[in-house]
Ligand binder design. Sequence first.
Ligand code: ZN
Length: 390
Amino acid sequence: MTSQLHLILNADVYSPAHLGVRHVLVAAAKVVSITEQVPALDAALNVAVFDAEGKRLLPGLIDGHAHITGGGGETGPASRVPPVPLSQFTAAGVTTVVGLLGTDDLTRNTETLVTQARGLNAQGLTAYCYCGGYHVPPVTLTGSVRGDIVFIDPVIGVGELAISDHRSSQPTLNELLRIASDAHVAGLMSGKAGIVHLHMGDGKRGLQLVRAALEESEIPPRVFNPTHVNRQRWLFDEACELVQHGCYIDVTAFPADAQGWSAAESIKLYLQRELPADKLTVSSDGGGCLPTFDANGELLAMDFGRTSALTEALQELLAEGLPLEQILPFFCSNAARLLKLECKGQIAEGLDADLVILDAQHAVSAVMAMGEWHVRDNKQLRYDLFEDSR
Ligand code: ZN
């Protein structure tokens, strides 16, 4: 039987705050102590000891935007991206994920998304999802956004609802307000995030609809959560403006082109502009398709998003010398606060044992999710049932 007790020795802990070298005791999937002295534990407890040898220990990353069922399908049925396997998350140091539907909310539905999230949870990851997708009315399982958020455990909000995009339903202000109010009220009733995660397209209307929603309604700004805001430089400026009104914004770790900023560039700009440090998050768009369209909406090229892009953004910033404690909140604790995941995003006594160890080259060398090792000594230990582990 594998041990439920783990002692991680000599870890340089970033909670995200830098605590220094500590010994971390994990029991039954929770961090139970973080101490300067090695705790005295009875041999009969069968503690599994792992020496981190001074390497950096950080909270498991939170990927707030992943097409866990696979996205795509924008160049016909053969272009549907397959579901994202367990090891693609854990290998990247991601221990919490929010799955969603995008363009294809027709051949893919909330039922399969909820089931995929449950499958990932059963294998040790922590997975949530949104109801809805790009379109209006949002696809749901119970018949309403409110019903899905209130009655279905993994559903914590609605999205990615597309605006300013040729693939959107061209929602009106009233339609957006109705969806946002349903999400907000359901969030209050369930104690969940209750947000509208908004897919931003390249359209010149940008965040106009969100600004109008803030002006004309009583719905709190945190309910409106635009993503892909780094895809156009002017859109990123608009999003930074929205932060001043209390919105959380999400940048995507997709390959940057000349019109946009990479995730790492966005974070550096955000820090330079001295915007509220708790309002920006980064996500991968893993499993989603990454199409390039021309001005007529014709497809020019196709790729798909990978979870590892999130980690690569973090590594890029570290390689440039930015302090880990300064950039970590964008990858874990900020998303935990927005998504109301109280046990996630930080290393602290009583919180979930979701931990990542980075080696001196900033590579992910060990990953623990809910108190179980998925990666250790730079080796992947766990795969899902149908993954080829060779
Ligand atoms: Zn999107």
